[in-house]
Each structure stands twice: as structure tokens, then as C-alpha cells.
Design a protein around this ligand. Sequence first.
Ligand code: ADP
Ligand code: MG
Length: 578
Amino acid sequence: MSKIIQLSAHLADLIAAGEVVERPASVVKELFENAVDAGATAVTVEIKNGGLTLIRVVDNGSGIASDDVARAFLRHATSKIATEADLEAIGTLGFRGEALAAISSVSRVELETRTEDESDGTRAVLDGGDIISIEPAARPRGTTISVRDLFFNTPARQKFMKTDRAEAAAVLQTVIRLALSRPDITVRYIRDGEEELRTPGDGSTEACVYSALGREFSAGMLPLTLENEGVTARGFISKVEALRGNRNYQFFFVNGRCIRSKTLQAALEQAYRNRMFTGRFPSCVIYLETGASRLDVNVHPSKTEIKFLFEKHVFDAVHYGALSALDGTETPRETAYHPPVERGTDFAVKSPVVGTYRPAPRDVNRGLRYEPPAAPSPRFYPEPDAQVAIETPKTPDFRVVGEAMRTYIIVESGETLWLIDKHAAHERVHFDRLRSESPNPMPQSLLEPIIITPEDAETLLDSAELLTSLGFEVEDFGGGKLAVRQIPSDIEPAETESVLSEICTELGRGGDFSARRDEILASVACKAAIKSGKNSGEQELYELAGRVMRGEVRFCPHGRPVAVDITKTFIDKNFKRI
Ligand code: ADP
Ligand code: MG
């Protein structure tokens, strides 16, 4: 007796629905993407009770021809691809022909649609995937799809639904992503009768980010733009002062599709290394554009992950774009990109980085200056032209007024007073120099070896090679002791033991080597830097202040700012002069 049967189309749809339709937010995503693929310029999303009672998406796109309506609900029915070759370069968000079949199999759907050419539109009603009626209906061009009673026939899935509020919150996050993905589309989101979001849809990314994520978020962002090997990256990244405790606000869009990518996340975060504390994360809204044939979007059922053919190019576009935006002085170094081991060798090919670097102006406090329009018609007021040439920055006129508390250098420059943390600034100077002394920081041989008893001599001995690359030479002295014969020239012999003990702690942490090397160099730099509390000579103060004023030094290796400015306006205001 044979035991194998082919599943009915309905059962196959229910199984597929498990993947595609996880919760109301996933329905919203699929319906919105259909509207975008239909060329809509305005999309309204409405939900009731977290989307479990109703999800309605209204668009002004192409509509569906009346004789295509029934077919649109069949599994693997799509107008977006027809041949194998089409899969190689997908230009639409959808292509699997699964969403409408899956959604309608687990809900009650009503669809109203009309194309430009037809005088009458069509209205279709389905219940659990069964077509109840299809009839003509008058309506403007476009499509309205209402999904009611989601999961009414799959109680197991229904049990997994969170509270209405939690589902609505997930829908909002999805709508924000979708709205950000297309600044050229007017997006409205209505929850239980209240409008929660509206973007102007005038194509301005600034206005879109402002409307979707708010004033405070926008004020904390810097513009980014870079072209690298056929990849264009543009968008916004956090100022160092506006980092968050999580990654919830990292948005990456590739050819208009919002995706998750560890590679892009690393590309962004590595640009902030030495500018941020551990446990803080940059936010971003980054739009990447590249040829459709350089991507494989068919690797994930909900299409939120994609494969890049030349992953390194994409990494570099984001990484150097971010470095460039953050301080405008970084020139391409050896890429920090490390291809994930499990992938092939496609992107292991080394190619020089030939980005078009557009350094940001040197105003550290600049953000998105978008202000919402007071007039009803949304209008974006652009910032002054952000482009400046890459040339050696001039030292602005400045005068060292003095030193306060043996810690802060007071500098006057134009209408601004600067307070410079001399230790932090000096630490950064050392750090940058140590990092650029490739391969090794300059070592000094000791006349007499220093004998130390570290907590973990084994770890240090195991890492002798790493220590050599940092300018140390250590030998086993027996009895848990080490003989240190050479140290980096920046540190005093008396500091040897404490630096090596910090290195030992760093080594115990694991993680990738280049990050550890930076951490270690940072502790060497810290030891080498002039200490607060020490008097400094005038020349030393001028030298440091000059570097800060030229913008060469802005953050200490741990991410703290090295200078704080006080404007004349601020002072005048406090004296009530203005
Ligand atoms: P896919 O988007 O992968 O093609 P769907 O099941 O989401 O599959 O949609 C099936 C087809 O129905 C689409 O290919 C498209 O032709 C049509 N369609 C769905 N939604 C809309 C819409 N809002 N406007 C116009 N056509 C639509
Ligand atoms: Mg679709």
C-alpha cells in the first residue's frame, strides 16, 4: 500500500503561509511591497487590533486586470518573472508569487482593484483561500486589499500572537522601514483610527527620515555619501554624541529593499571603533544602489537577507563612507573587511579602494537641519553644500589663553572658546601614531631586563608574537616571572608592569585580533600621554591645541571628545546681553 500522497494546494498554501505570514507585520510588508511593485506613489496602511481584526493597504498603483484577479491568489502566480533568466536580475520586491496565496489561505480577504484601461474595476471576496465572489466594482485606479481575521483557521498560529499592542508595535516598525525604503512614496499609517505616521513622499531622504524617525533622531545624524566600485552608498549615520544602547535604528536598504546584514553592520560599526564606548551602537539609514545582477535576493523566504556577489565592495562603500562622514580626514587604508569564513572566495579578490571621498565639513555639531514645514506643502530646506576638497586643513587662527586645573587647555578662536582635555588629546595623538607605525611601534631596548610577576605569565608568553608586534620582547624567567627586554619607546620603563597587565586582560577577552590590537595600543597610548594634573609647557600646549583646531584629533581612543566649545552667543546669552 502506498503511503505517499501529494498535498492539496490548500495544504501547501497553509504550509507556505507559516513561512511568509508569521504575524500581522509580515502581511503588511508583503502587501506594501506589492503596492510598490505596482508603481504606487501613495500607500496607506491601516490596522485594527494589532492587525488581527483588520489590515488594509490602499495604493494608487497599476491595479490588477479583472481576468487576472483570480489568478493572483494562486500559489506561484506572479507577473514579475517569467523565465529562469529573470531570476538573475530581479528588479521588483516580489517575485515568488506566494504572498497573496499564503495570506488569503489564513484570513478573510477582500480585494478591490482597477487598472487604467478598464472602465470597471473588480471586487473579489475570499474566505480561507476559497473564492466566494468576483464581481465588477467602481473605484479609482489602484488596489485596496483588506485582510480580516488573520489566522482564524490556524488556531495554533493564533496562540503565538502577542498582545494587540505588541503586534501594532511590530507593524509600526515594519511601516517605518518600508516608508524609509522609498522616500518618493507618500506613506500613511493609521492604527485604530489614529494616524501614527505620514511621510511627504517628495523624494527627499532628509524629510523622510525626519517624518519617520523624528526630530531628535534626525538631529543626531550626519550625511554620508560614497561611490565605490559600482556601489553607491548614501544616507545618514549617527554622530558620535548620538549613539544608542542597541542596534534597533540601523537601517540598510539595498536597491530599495530593507535588509539585515552582518557585513554591513560590521562595516558601519568598525568605522566607530575608537570613537565609542563598548555597549553603544551607531544608528544609520543607508541606501545602497548596485547592479541587480550583483545581488542574489532569492536566499530567504521573506527576502530580508540577500547575498552580494562582491561583498567587499559593499563593505568598503559603507565603511569608508562612514569614516569619511565622521571626520572627513580618513584616507583609504587597508580594508578592515574580513570575509565571513563560510562563504566562497568571490570577494576575497583584493582590489584597491577607489572611492570618491567627500569629506564632511569640519563642523562637528552639524546634523540634519531638516525642520518640518509649517506650510501644508512639505518642503525640505537643504543644508549648505557639504562638499569641500580633500586638502591639508589649514590651522585656524587661535590663541592659547592658558591652562585650567592643570587639565584643560583654554583656547580662543574667533567667536569661540575651546576647552581641550590635554590628556585625552595627547592620548589620541599617540594612538594614531602607534597605529600608523606599521608594522611595529618603535621599540626601546632596556639595558637591564625588567623582571615582572604578572598574574597570567602563560597568556603573555603564548602571545609573544603579538607582543613583539607591539614593541615588547618578553622571555620566560621561570617561577611565573617574565623578563622584559624591550618596550615601546612611548612608555616609561616604570609603566611596563601595568601596561603588560592591561594587555593580559585584553588578551583574555578574545574577539578579533585587529580590535584587540587597537585596544592594546590604546592602553599604551594612555600610559604615554601627558597626565592631567601635570604642568605643561607653553610649546606643548600650542602643539596640542593646533592639532585639535586643525581637526586632526577629535576623540580619544575610547571615544570621548577631546574638546568642548563655548560660543560667544552662549556666553552673551548667559550674561543676558542678548
Ligand atoms: P509576487 O509579488 O511575488 O508576484 P504576490 O502573491 O504578492 O506575488 O502577488 C501576485 C501578483 O498579484 C503580483 O505578481 C501582481 O501581478 C499582482 N498584485 C498583487 N498585489 C498587487 C497590487 N497592490 N497592485 C497591482 N498588482 C498586484
Ligand atoms: Mg508580492
